[in-house]
Structure formats: structure tokens, C-alpha cells
Design a protein around this ligand. Structure first.
Ligand code: LLP
Length: 401
């Protein structure tokens, strides 16, 4: 990848996405599930650029959405309604109404109270809403606590007993059609066992529903497949699929996967330029033009992202913190990273930035968000222009007195 050329054409900071890598990941996962009917519903939150979603739409993907904004993005990018799922613990009435009107595959319901709202709104619309229920299997996913979701301590989903009550209620309602069951225990999962255990619990639930004549069609295993940021051992898609298959003996269900990070993380690079080197006592800092408002993961989760310098410098390597211009001590991309002495305008490539990168960005410190570029068949294309100052003040300017 010619990062120098990309930096000179599109300037920095810059997000770069390799769409061919995304295709390869998508195909590998889809292939792993070929023994059964399946839908890969791309988790839009991981990278919600319209061109990225469109790329997955062209591969046949569905979409997992967590706001009506994401549902609208999915439609705009060409994902068919019958492959769109809407999840999340806090859907507003307006969001529920629009999802029902748009006739998406199903709404993933996350509480008894929400089920009541969905029923009421479906009734108002004189419509039948397909639903799935997110079960919280109370399994420790063995990942970072901020991205763990399948324990009762987490706000997501409902306990098995509550889920059963909800299925019975939905089945008896004229306005609800229970078609699926869902679980998602966390993100960046690198152990198969918790996934297998959760799938087994949820599959048993499907069997117990069958015994009371509630027949579901979709078994939604969520997302969560981990990727290599450093030297993690990751789960192979084939083993993942086999573990899930092994829990579904005797059940005829379409499997739905909601992969995000697996498809996008290692397809993405964040390119930033060195502004200055500075030394505070014995501490060396490399100050770059990108910041936590562009890529929050290191600040928020202390997440590791490999940093690769592009420089002519042949100097010895020494430890440095790579930091941005934002006024927070937590504004860093790496701590104690081994780097040569860098010059003004040298480039640093921050790897594995395709998932939860741009999307978690902000305008903090009145910084415009970076441009995004997609690479396909060796060709680069701008897919989001850089935000300018005028964009940042557009919604305030008219109120200035
Ligand atoms: N499905 C549901 C219901 C989810 O909550 C998530 C992610 C996914 C699918 C996609 O998970 P993935 O395949 O990408 O692991 N910002 C954090 C990650 C938050 C994940 C939230 N839910 C990070 O940067 O690590």
C-alpha cells in the first residue's frame, strides 16, 4: 500500500479501507456457515460509511443496526429490508414505528417493557411486527469489561425466564410475530467456549419453545469474533461455525451472524503525520496530527494498535508515546512504542483501525473529522470528504446573535 502517495493526495489524518480485504473476510465467514441456511448481517456500527455498507450489500450481506439512523443507512446503501435487523436496549417510539413501517426482518427486543411498546405501536399501525428476543445467557465472554455484554451485570438482553414469558406473550398477540432468538455476549472474543456454552443454552430454549408450539425461524448468534491486533490467538470461522452447528442438532433454523470487527478491523489503516518530537525530562513524545477524536480506542480501552513509521530515518529505536494535539493527557495512540527519531511530515500508520475507528470519532476541540478513502482492485477512491470548519459550525451559526 502506497501510504506516501495516499497522504499526498488526500492529506492527513486519513482513514484508508481495503475493500478487497473486507470481501475476503466476508467470504471466509459465509463459507464457514455453508452447511446451513445463513445470513451475514454486517454490524454497521463497526464502520458505517455508506460506501462500506454498499460494498457488503453487493456481497449479499444483511445489516445489524442499533439506531434508526443505521437502519436508514442500510436502506440507502442497498441492503434489502428482509435482511435488516434492529437491536439495542433503548429504542424510542419513533424508531420502533419507522422500523415497523419499513418492514425489516425483525426487531430484536431487549426487555419486557420494550415488548409492550412494540406491541402497542404495531397495533396503532395495524400491523404485525416480527420480533426476536435477545437472551442474556449470563456467560463470561472473557473479553474487555467495556465490551462484554452477556452477563447479568450488563444492560443487554433478558434472562431466560423473562424471555420465555415474552415469547408466550408475543405468540398470543395479534400484533407480534416471534420469529427469532438472539444472543451476543461480547466483542473481540478470542475463546470459543463461552460462545459454545451460550449457543447451547439458547438452542435449548428454542427446543423448550418448540414443546409449547412456538416455532422460531432464526437463530441469531450476534457478532463478536475477535481479530489480531497484536499476537492474540483468534477463533477460526470454521471452528466457530462448527461449534454453533453442534448445538443445533435436530433444529431447522436459519443462522444469523452479526459480524463487525471481523470484517472491518484489519481492513483499515489510520494515517497520521508527525508534527513534532519533544522530550519532557526523560520522556519522549511524538506529536502527530491525528488525535483521540479520530481514533478513540487507545484512550478509551487502552487498546493496542500497531504503529508503523514511514520515514527515511535510520536512527536507533527508542521508546516514545505517540500523542495527538487534543487537550487531554489521555490523548494517545501508543505508549512506550519503539520508534526511530522522526522528522516533521514523516508518516505513522496506525493499523487495525477499520472497526470502531471513524465511527467513534467526534469533533472534540473543534477538530473536523478525517477523510475516508476506499481501496478496491488497487484503486483509491474518496468515500467521505474531510470535515471543514464550516461543517462544524453549520448547525450553530444561525443562532449566533
Ligand atoms: N451485534 C451486537 C448486538 C453488538 O452489540 C455488536 C457490537 C455486534 C453485533 C458486533 O460486534 P463485533 O463483531 O464487531 O465484535 N467499541 C468497541 C466495540 C463495541 C461493540 C459493541 N457491540 C471497540 O472498539 O472495541
Amino acid at each position: 500500500m502506497n501510504f506516501k502517495e495516499l497522504a499526498s493526495t488526500y492529506k492527513t489524518p486519513l482513514y484508508i479501507y481495503d475493500l478487497d480485504y473486507m470481501s475476503a473476510q466476508y467470504k471466509e465467514l459465509k463459507e464457514a456457515f455453508k452447511g446451513r441456511k445463513s445470513i451475514m448481517a454486517y454490524a454497521i456500527k463497526s464502520n458505517s460509511n455508506l460506501s462500506v455498507i454498499k460494498h457488503f450489500a453487493e456481497l449479499g450481506s444483511g445489516a445489524d443496526c442499533v439506531s434508526i439512523g443505521e437502519v436508514r443507512r442500510a436502506f440507502l446503501a442497498g441492503i434489502p429490508s428482509y435482511k435488516i435487523i434492529f437491536s439495542g436496549v433503548g429504542k424510542s417510539d419513533d424508531e420502533i414505528r419507522e422500523a415497523i413501517q419499513k418492514d425489516i426482518l425483525y426487531i430484536n427486543v431487549e426487555s419486557e417493557a420494550e415488548l409492550g411498546r412494540v406491541e402497542l405501536i404495531a397495533k396503532e399501525l395495524n400491523s404485525v411486527c416480527r420480533i426476536s428476543i435477545r437472551v442474556n445467557p449470563n456467560i463470561d465472554p472473557l473479553t474487555h469489561p467495556y465490551i462484554s455484554t452477556g452477563l447479568h451485570d450488563n444492560k443487554f438482553g433478558v434472562e431466560i425466564d423473562a424471555a420465555k414469558r415474552m415469547y408466550i406473550r408475543a405468540n398470543n398477540s395479534e400484533y407480534l410475530d416471534p420469529v427469532g432468538i438472539h444472543f451476543h455476549i461480547g466483542s473481540q472474543l478470542t475463546e470459543l467456549e463461552p460462545i459454545y456454552e451460550s449457543a447451547a443454552i439458547v438452542a435449548d430454549m428454542v427446543r423448550s419453545l418448540q414443546s409449547i408450539k412456538i416455532e422460531l425461524k432464526f437463530f441469531d448468534v450476534g457478532g463478536g469474533l475477535g481479530v489480531k491486533y497484536n499476537n492474540e490467538t483468534t477463533i477460526k470461522p470454521y471452528d466457530y461455525a462448527q461449534a454453533i452447528f453442534s448445538t443445533l442438532k435436530g433444529l431447522d433454523l436459519t443462522i444469523i451472524c452479526e459480524p463487525g470487527r471481523f470484517l472491518t478491523a484489519n481492513a483499515g489503516y489510520f494515517l497520521t503525520k508527525v508534527l513534532y518530537e519533544k522530550q519532557n525530562g526523560s520522556k519522549r513524545f511524538v506529536v502527530v496530527d491525528g488525535a483521540m477524536n479520530d481514533l478513540l480506542r487507545p484512550s478509551l480501552y487502552k487498546a493496542y494498535h500497531k504503529i508503523e513509521p514511514i520515514t527515511e530515518s535510520k536512527s536507533e529505536l527508542s521508546q516514545a508515546d505517540v500523542v495527538g494535539p487534543v487537550c487531554e493527557s489521555g490523548d494517545f495512540f501508543a505508549k512506550e512504542c519503539m520508534l526511530p527519531t522522526l522528522e516533521h511530515n514523516d508518516l505513522l500508520v496506525v493499523h487495525s483501525a477499520g472497526a470502531y475507528g471513524f465511527g467513534m470519532g467526534s469533533n472534540y476541540n473543534t477538530r473536523g473529522r478525517s477523510a475516508e478513502v476506499a481501496l478496491k482492485g488497487g484503486k483509491a477512491k474518496l468515500i467521505r470528504r474531510r470535515e471543514e470548519f464550516e461543517d462544524l459550525i453549520a448547525l450553530e451559526k444561525e443562532f449566533l446573535e
